[in-house]
Design a protein around this ligand. Structure first.
Ligand code: ARG
Length: 580
């Protein structure tokens, strides 16, 4: 149990004892939260007022009675009734110091072991018939942060990159490859610029009816397993996957080729889906297509809205593959949960998917299959972010620009550093800035892509946080100490030390809040606040200019802070630097 939960449990028990003593009724929770302002203590219990209201009694009096039943000496040094009936909770400094000492020697930073669950995380999942663009940043960065965090907590995480590597969109690509393969190195030259390749293939599809017909035939051949066709397809997928992998590597995303469970992977299970749905009595034929109609889905006009499982031409659409994936995740991977990090614009598709899957008995009530939608990245004009000519903004270009802008930033900040060091720092800062800008926004909202904001040293940004980390490392350097070798005891006497300590021991609570609704921005907020507390500590409490015991204690506080910031950034998939 983290501190908040412990306080909540204790005070909830005291509340029910107080209610009994006063002959009042009902079951209420203490509702302990982190206090919003220092004058309200470190935590605050807000649930007493509800209990009083229910019993039509004076909340302050009830709170006073609750106080008599609270027995928290080892954690708390002062409790007071405040306002209309809150209880303000002030933690003991020695208790905080003990917690910090435990954190110091604990790789899990005070997070207790839990019962591991198997969690499938469907994220990134680009369509391979296009180059990765800025829109892919959202699911990719957020899904990865959640995967890392759940893994850190001790869960069994299965990363599932549901790449769009199959289906009709490959017809024109394969036909175009086939055409290029007449010329010995035409094909490899063509594939060396994937984006151009896509454009040329689709242009020819639009303009040349003979080519378009061939493209359609290629789709049929591909689905029929024609060897020549499969061979071309394999070549294409290999190029395209390696393009994605280079983006993942550059972005420090933990996905590897082993995590690819693309649409083609489910090909062999598609006919099973049809027979399952048919034996469950769910399939209806409509205009030659096999559909599932569920009452809860209606179109705009109120007409029933089908989930199409097999098209009239025999092809299997997105829904069919996704159903096969649900079955696989549920029955083969034995997922307790499956999180789908997918754009909000696919909400209807995913609602239908889960509803059909439940109707088919693929998901039991104990399994938690969820869509975790994300909003859109906007340009400065408030419309979805596009290039000046209206094209998709390539992720590869964004990363190149981020590094180059960060290089300028690092060069102004620290002109004395040699060029090579500035470059390697800039790479970390640039990539970190793009990722952090993404992760620090609420997953569900749209946000405006803004270079100046993400590369600022002020505010909740990567440069600010990375700079805070370098500050701590510079203390260690100047002290000539190795952080892991430090000894001594932590003693908290100054208010700034105590505030920093409280923020530090709240790390488990922050992590908990992140995984509850899969919101990495809550971890960003925590790290930003922690850096702020560290900066105030650093300004008011000299570290190196003090005597033995205080110096040792403050250095240890720096170590816990460095470890916590470092771990938090690692869970976000953001690298750090020792100087900048
Ligand atoms: N490939 C899809 C797209 O680019 C996203 C897939 C999301 N995952 C899923 N299981 N449907 O739109």
């Amino acid at each position: 149990m983290n501190i908040r939960e412990q306080l909540d449990q204790h005070i909830s028990v005291a509340l029910s004892q107080a209610l009994q003593e006063l002959d009042l009724e009902g079951e209420f929770s203490a509702i302990v939260k982190q206090a919003g302002r220092p004058e309200f203590g470190d935590y605050q219990a807000n649930g007493i007022m509800g209990a009083a209201k229910h019993n039509r009694t004076n909340p302050r009096e009830l709170a006073e009675t609750v106080l008599r039943f609270i027995n928290l000496e080892e954690m708390v040094d002062n409790l007071e009734v405040a306002g209309p009936g809150f209880i303000n909770i002030h933690l003991r400094s020695d208790y905080l110091a003990d917690r910090l000492t435990l954190m110091l020697h604990d790789e899990r930073l005070g997070i207790e072991p839990l019962i591991p669950k198997t969690v499938v995380i469907d994220y990134s999942s680009p369509n391979l018939a296009k180059e990765m663009h800025i829109g892919h940043l959202r699911s990719t960065a957020i899904g990865d942060a959640i995967a890392r965090t759940l893994e850190f907590l001790g869960h069994n995480v299965i990363r599932a990159n549901h790449m769009g590597d199959w289906g009709a969109q490959f017809g024109s690509l394969l036909a175009y490859m086939d055409q290029l393969s007449n010329d010995a190195d035409g094909l490899s030259r063509g594939l060396s610029d994937l984006e151009l390749f896509y454009q040329e293939a689709s242009a020819q599809f639009r303009e040349d009816p003979v080519f378009a017909q061939r493209a359609r035939e290629f789709v049929v051949k591909l689905q029929g397993g024609d060897p020549k066709c499969i061979n071309l397809w394999n070549q294409f997928i290999k190029e395209s996957v390696s393009h994605c992998q280079s983006i993942y590597d550059a972005l420090n995303i933990s996905l590897t080729p082993d995590d690819i469970y693309g649409e083609s992977f489910y090909n062999e299970f598609l006919s099973e889906v049809i027979s399952d749905l048919s034996s469950a009595g769910l399939l209806t034929e409509s205009d030659g297509a096999q559909c599932v109609f569920l009452d809860e889905f209606k179109g705009k006009d109120g007409a029933p809205l089908p989930a199409i499982i097999r098209k009239s031409d025999g092809g299997y659409p997105y829904m069919a593959t996704d159903l096969a994936a649900v079955k696989y995740r549920s029955q083969t991977l034995k997922a307790d949960s499956a999180y789908y990090f997918v754009d909000a614009r696919q909400s209807l598709h995913l609602r239908q998917l889960f509803a059909v899957a439940r109707a088919a008995g693929y998901i039991s009530t104990a399994q938690d299959f969820r869509h975790l939608p994300n909003g859109t990245i906007m340009g400065e004009d408030g419309r979805p972010f596009k290039t000046r000519t209206g094209g998709a903004v390539k992720l590869a270009d964004v990363l190149t620009e981020a590094k180059s802008r960060a290089f300028d930033l690092v060069s102004t900040k620290n002109a004395e550093l040699d060029q090579q060091s500035r470059k390697s720092i800039a790479d970390v800062v640039g990539i970190g800035a793009v990722k952090y800008a993404e992760l620090s926004k609420n997953r569900t909202s749209d946000y405006i892509f803004n270079w100046d904001a993400m590369l600022s040293f002020e505010g909740n940004t990567a440069p600010y946080l990375l700079y805070a980390v370098t500050r701590i490392f510079s203390i260690f350097r100047r002290a000539g100490v190795e952080p892991s070798q430090l000894t001594g005891a932590i003693v908290l006497s100054e208010p700034a030390e105590k505030s920093l300590a409280i923020k530090l021991v709240q790390f488990p609570e922050a992590i908990n809040s992140v995984v509850t609704d899969c919101l990495p921005n809550l971890l960003c907020n925590y790290l930003f606040e922690l850096s702020g507390q560290f900066m105030s500590f650093y300004e008011t409490c000299p570290v190196l200019k003090t005597e033995d015991k205080t110096r040792a204690s403050r250095l240890l506080l720096c170590v816990v802070t460095a470890n916590t910031l470092g771990k938090g950034l690692e869970l976000l998939g953001i690298e750090t630097v020792e100087q900048m």
